[in-house]
Ligand binder design. Sequence first.
Ligand SMILES: [Zn+2]
Length: 270
Amino acid sequence: MNAEVLPRASCCIYCGASNATGYLKPLSTEHIVPLALNGDLILPDASCERCQKITGTTEQIVLRGHYRGLRIQQGWKHRKKNEQPTELPIFLPDPAGGRDIRRMVPLAEYPYVSFFFDLPTPGILIGILPEWEYGLKYRWLRLQATGVDPPVTSENLTTFSTPSLDLHSFCRMIAKIAHAFAAAKVGLHSFVPLLEPIILGNATNFYHFVGGFPGATEMPIADKPYEISLSRETCSGRTYLVAKIRLFANVPGSRAYQAVVGKIASSNEI
Ligand SMILES: [Zn+2]
């Protein structure tokens, strides 16, 4: 993997902390797409300690949750070699009806299921008002699960519980990747950011800014682990900077998502 190191940010891209604002600790390097997803875009001096902790915690929930099996199947390693487990837990229904039973399975036999959230278009791009309550009925959420691999044969297992699916953390991770990518590629001065409250856990209106491409046909398998790009979209006379992100782009059935990074003046060039 050849990392692309982008020009240093010299301030926290999430909260604005910098030497000039009195933040005296070193700023940490941001992996725009998490390293655990084979991300190779690096933005130096880009996060304060507090924001790093928040974004890191969110990513861990997703990467150790429903993405864990997929990452193992892809052979994507942990950052530190000694953190690489040799076996992982799966959870089996208790025949007696009690709590699920935890069973350790060797890595090579750990079953994975590809889960991809099928999300609606971000509300802001289709004229939905910010105060709209995205109740369950209007979330239009579907899950697509593809085959289990390897088949669940180890220890004569016939069934197992899937890892937890945390849609909120997933949306926050997509928002973070989108914001960091835009900050690195076009600079924070190019747009009025919209995603920081979601990224930092201060807002829960995910579906207004983060979504998918409902009705899109299945995308061809890419030869790289992720795809990311920026575009401009207009709705109700406003122009927005939008990041399109596809993780696991090399896995059949993987979806693309979009996050509305910020408002831009229509005369600005990207
Ligand atoms: Zn910060």
